[in-house]
Write a protein that binds this ligand. Structure first.
Ligand SMILES: [Zn+2]
Length: 426
């Protein structure tokens, strides 16, 4: 039943992207009113938030009205889990639970019911399908080995069958894996694909010729994009998202910006609590429109983006946003020469109990300073475990200092980032 539902969602989403902007607005507002009513009726965190402002779901008649409601922070979510952010009676054994820290370094769990999960997966497939990926393409995906557990619905149908390349392997091993897969489509963290592309250029290796490249999850710099595109000879289609809500915006072949999945999320761009004008940078705030099991209403995700009022030449009605160019100073090179992408932190740290929020600063090639805000389950074991896990991944010669702090400061850009390096890669 479930895979039929996903196929149905996907079919609907594929059609919906071509609606006119005002038709999509109507779809979005209807979904928004639905989730607000549900959150007010069933989720204590939001019921209290709504009541504290005297604003009720019926008062929200358009997206702009959302500004009447208070924001939800990652700490709100972390502290409300589980009883104040899940509807009563949620059966966790029937849910998909994702542990995450995202790029901001605040670990927590996200819970998706089967319908939520189906919808999110369908949203995630839409850009791939609509930008030229075929059902039976060979599809190489960079991922953490621990993610490869459950067979995805589309694998059971023997379509959309990704083959996985480990995020933690060295570029040379990843290149070997890619050669074996011989992919039509490469999909993965921008930083991983970039490191592979650089290595291919350095060694003059040939033999990997994808038709499509999707990069995901991190900010792709112009330099990284150029390097990947010249190495493989195809354009990179970048996709943007957050771990809590999956993919939320994506490039089509026109590269006019990122199409926002406005039939899955409401994205607000704020400065000092008010919406910024198109073209201005604002803190991104998400309201999920389908995640009824663990609603996120006006959720401050910690990213900064730029709303756009341009229309994409492709003709899709999905609105556009622009991204702030990423910075490559979050990559870390360690004494044995291996370069680590910032994404490893979200994978390494999420399993360690006791971390409220973290930030890793590489002070020297062999020295890391880890700032930690204590979580509720912090114990004497937390700090040694952090040191152990980092040394296991990056080398025993690494010196790992852990400092307990009250708060992690934001970057000057406004973004909260969990990793920075003061060491030049070259
Ligand atoms: Zn487009």
């Amino acid at each position: 039943m479930s895979h039929l539902r996903k196929a149905f969602y996907l079919q609907n989403l594929m059609k919906q992207q071509w609606l006119k902007p005002e038709e999509l607005d109507a779809v979005q507002v209807k979904m928004l009113r639905g989730i607000l009513k549900h959150a007010y009726a069933n989720v204590p965190l939001y019921r209290d938030k709504f009541r504290s402002t005297g604003v009720y779901p019926d008062d929200i008649k358009c997206v702009e009205d959302l500004q009447k409601l208070p924001l939800t922070t990652k700490n709100d979510v972390q502290e409300s889990f589980p009883s104040r952010i899940l509807p009563p009676g949620t059966d966790l054994s029937r849910c998909w639970i994702s542990r995450t820290s995202g790029s901001t370094g605040i670990p927590f769990r996200m819970v998706y019911g089967t319908r939520d999960e189906d919808y999110q997966k369908a949203v995630a497939l839409r850009p791939n399908l609509s930008c030229g990926q075929n059902l039976r393409d060979r599809w190489a995906v960079f991922t953490s080995p621990s993610h490869v557990v459950k067979k995805k619905w589309f694998q059971k149908l023997r379509i959309f069958t990704p083959e996985f390349v480990s995020l933690f392997d060295k570029p040379d091993d990843q290149i070997q894996a890619l050669k074996q897969i011989n992919p039509d489509v490469i999909d993965g963290y921008a930083s991983s694909i970039h490191l592979v592309a650089k290595r291919l250029q350095e060694t003059g290796t040939d033999g990997i010729h994808p038709r499509l490249i999707y990069s995901t999850s991190e900010l792709l710099t112009q330099d990284m994009r150029r390097c990947i595109e010249t190495t493989f000879g195809v354009d990179v289609l970048d996709q943007f998202g957050c771990v809590e809500l999956g993919r939320t915006a994506w490039e089509c072949h026109e590269h006019a910006g990122y199409h926002i999945d406005c039939d899955a999320v409401v994205m607000e761009f704020l400065r000092d609590g008010s919406a910024v004008a198109p073209g201005e940078r604002g803190e991104m705030v998400y309201t999920g429109l389908y995640n009824y099991t663990m609603p996120l209403i006006r959720y401050a995700v910690g990213d900064v983006g730029v709303p756009s009022d341009e229309i994409c030449p492709c003709g899709r009605g999905l609105p556009l946003m622009k991204l702030i160019e990423g910075r490559s100073d979050a990559f870390m090179k360690v004494p044995n020469g291996q370069i680590f992408s910032p994404i490893i932190w979200t994978v390494l740290m999420r399993e360690i109990p006791g971390i409220g929020q973290f930030k890793v600063i590489q002070e020297r090639i062999d020295r890391l300073n880890v700032l930690v805000v204590k979580g509720s389950d912090f114990s004497g074991a937390t700090i040694p475990q952090i040191q152990r896990e980092i040394k296991a991944a990056m080398g025993e010669e690494m010196v790992v200092d852990v400092d307990i702090v009250e708060e992690i400061p934001r970057d000057p850009s406004g973004k909260v980032r969990c990793a920075v390096s003061k060491v030049e890669i070259q």
